[in-house]
Design a protein. Structure first.
Length: 387
């Protein structure tokens, strides 16, 4: 059976070139980068070269990069770390209503500990207004956290503007850039960010490794306590193969980004124009233009998202409804609710995300199969018959 993977926003395969770069660091060059001997020094050299390469791809300095176990840890570190360092200064945080749970849950946790969090809403297309952020700022605000691009609907936020607002008030600004690094240009100075989270497996690197960019001079407490790795900011033995893979993946993306994003945007736009021609009553979620080159998200009325996914899966097509982290629960996505969809429509959403190995004929295959599935499911839906 043909297999079509259209769930790159959940995770991507590791590029074989990345695997090749990682390989020596499992057996041959396995040393602990904190060891004095030659085994350790050889591994340390690889970690530091990777730090330099990753930093330069973000327009950052090497000492501003802290390697983590992924996007979640980087986001948790940013939020808990700043909250702990500045709790005497203030107890107010601003976040958007459409953050990934890796940001949303730490915020909720801090609320239980006495912090106040303002969740700024979004417009119909999923964009946060700088004016709303400005209005939410109080003299107790210590941190603003707004994601660069949303993982469900692909909306790209005006990050540089939020950063400017934050800077003018002396407030730290964090962005979750897990969906953008490797896919669209990300430069920490152009975006005016103090903190930025990224994860390897979303841009063809390995899973279980990521990084937090921390602008020089930012006050932050360590998150993982233990050894004094990463200048005392993040304990635990370095994941040398993962770190090498992360940097290699970033380098490959830098070389391929222009071409890849143009190709994916063309396939994305085919889906965006052709799906509504083939299926009645479908609505695009997210912004038509301020959108990740690889993201398509439709609400398909009178359809249960889960049944659609199962039917697609039977034909070898991997897609998603909501995000991978929420799709096992029956709660409608907080992102779709935030853009104003009623719960019943939010349940019938389909996310298709493309990537490095997506081919034109994968799109043909989907466009041919999806309308039949929708037709079949609607024929069984009492809601559809009644109208
Ligand atoms: C995937 C993702 C994360 C979590 O990253 P992990 O590496 O899986 O921990 C955080 N934020 C966004 C926007 C994501 O898409």
């Amino acid at each position: 059976m043909k297999k079509v993977y259209l769930d790159y926003a959940a995770t991507a395969p590791t590029d074989p070139e990345v695997i090749k770069a990682m390989e020596p660091y499992f057996f041959e060059k396995f040393g602990n980068p904190s060891s004095i001997h030659s085994f350790g020094q050889e591994a340390k050299k690889a970690v530091e070269e990777s730090r330099q390469a990753l930093a330069s791809s973000l327009g950052a300095k090497p000492e501003e990069i802290i390697f983590t176990s992924g996007g979640t840890e980087a986001d948790n570190f940013a939020i808990f770390g700043v909250a702990a360092a500045l709790e005497k200064k203030g107890n107010h945080i601003i976040a958007s209503a459409i953050e990934h749970h890796a940001v949303g849950e730490p915020c909720k946790f801090l609320e239980k500990k006495g912090f106040k969090v303002t969740y700024v809403g979004v417009d119909k297309s999923g964009i946060v207004s700088p004016d709303d952020v400005k209005k939410a700022i109080t003299d107790k605000t210590i941190l603003i956290s707004i994601m660069h691009a949303n993982n469900e609907i692909g909306a790209i936020q005006p990050i540089a503007e939020f950063g400017k607002l934050a800077k003018a008030k002396g407030i730290y600004f964090h962005t979750d850039a897990v969906q953008t690094v490797g896919h669209i240009p990300v430069n920490v100075d152009e975006l005016n960010v103090d903190l930025l989270a990224l994860a390897g497996h979303k841009f063809y690197g390995p899973k279980g490794v990521g990084a937090l960019y921390i602008r020089k001079g930012t006050r932050i407490e360590r998150f993982l306590h233990g050894g004094d790795q990463e200048r005392g900011l993040r304990a635990s033995t370095h994941n040398t193969p993962g770190i090498v893979g992360l940097a290699k993946a970033a380098e490959l993306c830098r070389q391929k980004m222009q071409e890849e994003s143009e190709f994916q945007a063309r396939l994305r736009d085919r889906l965006i124009t052709e799906i509504p021609k083939k299926i009645p009553e479908v609505y695009l979620n997210g912004h038509p233009a301020k959108r990740l080159p690889n993201n398509v998200n439709f609400s398909i009325r009178y359809i249960e998202g889960e049944s659609m996914l199962l039917n697609l899966d039977m034909l070898g097509i991997a897609a998603s409804t909501g995000s991978a982290c929420t799709s096992t629960s029956l709660e409608p996505s907080h992102v779709l609710l935030a853009i104003g969809l009623p719960a019943d429509i939010a349940h019938g959403s389909l996310r298709l995300t493309l990537g490095r190995w997506t081919k034109e004929d994968d799109i043909d295959y989907l466009l041919e199969r999806l309308p039949k599935i929708v037709e079949k499911l609607r024929a069984m839906s009492p809601l559809y018959e009644k109208k």
